[in-house]
Design a protein around this ligand. Structure first.
Ligand SMILES: Nc1ncnc2c1ncn2[C@@H]1O[C@H](COP(=O)(O)OP(=O)(O)O)[C@@H](O)[C@H]1O
Ligand SMILES: [Mg+2]
Length: 249
């Protein structure tokens, strides 16, 4: 049985069909990539899975239980953690305190002492243990991304949803972030990640789902999807063209 299963998922915002008949499954222990042009509905899909938005149609099941219709904190407690595309840490608090807030959100009746213990464990996992006493306001962008992953992991999720955690990183930082995601995955967490850097998608994902205008356009291994004519036309063509424009070509 799949760990996560989406069937006929619809989501509308007024007249905008943000998601139309989206269906796919995520198997236990895989890393699934979610790609597609800006505005394709990728973040909306994560918001639907994590319970931020109610669905307008369809259903979502996690570990055999229907989760669509449940509030975000219940879904977090069932074992789904997520990062946010726009990171909003509590700037006046330390790294450790921010991660502990994540632990308190995910669990019921967790003692603060245990929340701080969970925080230290996840900070170790993402390579931030040495900075756990630092003020968040003093962190670099890559470290803020790491903290965001730690905060999501502090709920001890079985499934982690990552929304563009590599955005804004340079090539070296992307390599380091790749290692971090691999470490998290090896610790036993299934991952769905939204990503624009194809090197990351190819380097991490066993399977990729492509969204376009809120609809699934293609699905398969990274190799299959990246040579799919429809994907090249709808997404990769635009990306490669943008790269040529940036290079002044
Ligand atoms: N909270 C919202 N209210 C209204 N429209 C939204 C909201 N969130 C997303 N949308 C719209 O839904 C579509 C998909 O957006 P989004 O999921 O952010 O795309 P992506 O993450 O793939 O770039 C866009 O047309 C966007 O404007
Ligand atoms: Mg997005």
């Amino acid at each position: 049985m799949a760990l996560l299963s989406l069937v006929h998922v619809d989501k509308r915002f007024g007249g905008v069909n943000a998601l139309t008949d989206v269906g796919f499954q995520v198997e236990q222990d895989e890393i699934l990539g979610l790609i597609g042009p800006n505005g394709a509905g990728k973040t909306t899909l994560l918001n639907c899975i994590s319970g931020v938005f109610p669905l307008d149609g369809g259903s979502i099941h996690f570990a055999g239980q229907r989760i669509s219709g449940l509030p975000p904190h219940r879904i977090a407690r069932l074992g789904i953690g997520r990062t946010f595309q726009v990171v909003k840490p509590f700037l006046s608090m330390t790294v450790r305190e921010n991660a502990a807030v994540g632990a308190l959100f995910g669990a019921s009746n967790l003692q603060p002492r245990l929340a701080f213990q969970a925080a230290e464990e996840v900070l170790e996992l993402v390579g931030m243990a040495a900075k756990s006493g630092h003020a968040v306001g003093s962190l670099t962008i890559p470290d803020r991304k790491r903290l965001e992953v730690a905060r999501a992991l502090a709920t001890k999720p079985r499934l982690l949803l990552l929304d563009e955690v590599m955005a804004g990183l340079n090539a070296v930082e992307v390599e380091e972030a790749l290692d971090m995601v691999r470490t998290v995955h090896r610790s036993g967490v299934t991952i769905v990640l939204i990503e624009h850097v194809m090197k990351v998608v190819v380097g991490l994902c066993q399977r990729v789902v492509v969204l376009n205008f809120g609809q699934p356009l293609a699905a398969g291994t990274p190799e299959e999807v990246l040579r799919d004519e429809r994907v090249i036309e709808a997404y990769l063509g635009e990306k490669y063209a943008a790269r040529v424009r940036r290079a002044g070509g």
